[in-house]
Design a binder for this molecule. Structure first.
Ligand SMILES: [Zn+2]
Length: 492
């Protein structure tokens, strides 16, 4: 559920504070000191805050107020120029002590900032509150009934900003995280397809599932190679269409996502340690879906197509195997090298279909390579593009949204490592060096000539302890980033 938000530029009175049990309070930390403004409980909070700040100026005070509700307060002081990632991280820490109590109501007070700064800080806290309140899969029989967060009270930020975008982004992120965290037996391709169909009906999207028979007609041999060991024949490409108006043109944004519901590695089977968590190999598709939901909620005037490559990378007598040669829908022949590089196989044909429609931009999301994690760790994701003029904006969107990315090269000479003696291209190199770059080079072959394309390798899709304001290991990384790219960096 989405909580209602009541807001005022005034500060709360003592009675208003006493009426709500859970509070997040942020003061401005400037050269002239901390700005308490006229906060009712300043006199009792000042000394303990000074104590925790003695060792670390960015420390958070967690305390209870001596009122009837024993109001639970988290308090910190922020510099007004704090960067987005640090701001969101701090917002997450301010929320963490409240989350355990599952509050139905939360008060937020932002003191001493300019209206613009106050909005930015409030935005981060609201996003953190919604991220913490999102329902995640929990099958424990003793799992607590969660009381939903119903009401946010915001003091100190002008009411002209309605935070609609933060709320929509949080909803998209929560959807991506929830789907990704579902156990593999609870999110098979069949269950996933049904869930998306329901979502499409609710959201007014046109939906078409391009199943195995149709993929055979389209000669999508790369996709079909991966799913040929699935006895269920449940794999396919989900195509969703959002059109803001009846007469919308088709040339808009195409979102593409890798949706491998479970990745055993195939005949090049993964060792046990690397098999755990492989139900999350569909996160790219969940992120694409989350972005589509966010854009729909915001009623953006941009036609959006979403293409989700949904399959399982099974092991079976029919599995595709190294040295197989298959042909993708655009006629490119591929020599299979490693069955665990299935993501680029299903994406190859999906990118062909997505880019054939000549969108103005294709963005694909995939938990594609371990080498991207090797290169960046899990705090950043990797980006690649065939539009070198976009580098600056791609990086800026990461800085401004707090979902940080770093670009990698996409030069043609990397293709030497993918030369095959028997096919147009090798699926990957045997050596495995720079696999995130080679993976991107491989995918680029399946994007139609002249179609601008961005590839996001989601190295930050899962990080122990969460990332920035996201408290779960599954981060749903990419929704905030892409919204910034589209709406703030104005890539389209
Ligand atoms: Zn794999």
């Amino acid at each position: 559920m989405i909580p209602t938000l009541k807001q005022t530029s005034r500060l709360p009175t003592r009675a208003q504070i006493d009426a709500v049990e859970h509070w997040v309070v942020v003061l401005r930390d400037s050269r002239t000191g901390l700005h308490w403004a006229k906060f009712p409980y300043a006199e009792v909070l000042e000394a303990p805050l000074a104590r925790v700040r003695k060792d670390a100026p960015d420390a958070i005070l967690t305390t209870d107020l001596a009122n009837a509700k024993a109001g639970h307060v988290t308090l910190t002081a922020l510099k007004s120029d704090i960067v987005a990632f640090d701001l969101l991280s701090r917002a997450g820490k301010l929320l963490a002590p409240h989350s355990g109590h599952k509050p139905a109501e939360l008060g937020i007070a932002v003191l001493g900032f300019s209206p613009r700064q106050a909005e930015r800080i409030a935005e981060a806290i609201i996003s953190a509150a919604l991220a913490a309140a999102a329902d995640m899969p929990d099958y424990r029989s003793r799992a607590k009934e969660r009381a939903p967060l119903e009401q946010l009270y915001l003091y100190g930020a002008a009411p002209r900003h309605r935070f609609a975008r933060s709320i929509a982004e949080s909803e998209g992120n929560a959807l991506a995280r929830e789907l990704t965290a579902l156990p593999p037996n609870e999110l098979t391709p069949t269950i996933y397809r049904k869930r998306i169909m329901t979502l499409a009906r609710e959201s007014g999207w046109q939906a078409e599932f391009i199943g195995i028979n149709q993929l055979q007609k389209k000669e999508a041999g790369a996709f079909l190679a991966v799913c040929q060991a699935s006895p269920e024949r449940d794999a396919g490409i989900m195509h969703l269409r959002y059109r803001p108006a009846a007469k919308s043109t088709d040339a808009g944004l195409a979102l593409v996502g890798k949706g491998i519901c479970y990745d055993t590695g195939g005949v090049n089977v993964k060792p046990a340690r690397y098999m755990l968590g492989m139900h999350e190999d569909m996160e790219g598709s969940a992120v694409a879906l989350g972005i589509l939901l966010t854009l729909t909620r915001l009623k953006v005037r941009l036609p959006v197509d979403c293409w989700l490559a949904i399959a399982t990378n099974h092991i079976g007598p029919g599995s595709y195997k190294p040295n197989d040669v298959v042909k993708a829908a655009n006629g490119t022949s591929i020599e299979v090298i490693h069955s665990d590089a299935e993501g680029r196989m299903v994406l190859a044909d999906t990118l062909v279909l997505a880019s054939r429609a000549k969108p103005r931009l294709v963005i694909d999301f995939a938990t594609l390579t371990g080498s991207c994690v090797q290169a960046l760790g899990k705090a950043y994701s990797g980006v690649f593009t065939n539009q070198p003029g976009w580098w600056k904006r791609l990086i800026q969107a990461g800085i401004d949204s707090g979902e940080r990315v770093w670009p990698f090269p996409l030069d043609e000479d990397y293709d030497q490592a993918l030369e095959s003696k028997i096919a147009d291209v090798k699926q990957c190199s045997e050596a495995g060096e720079a696999d995130h770059i080679l993976g991107a080079r491989f995918l680029g072959r399946f994007v139609e000539q002249g179609v601008p394309w961005i590839h996001v390798d989601l190295s930050s899709g899962n990080r122990k302890g969460g990332l920035a304001h996201i408290p779960t290991d599954t981060t749903g990384f990419g929704v905030r980033y892409t919204l910034n790219l589209l709406l703030d960096q104005k890539l389209l």
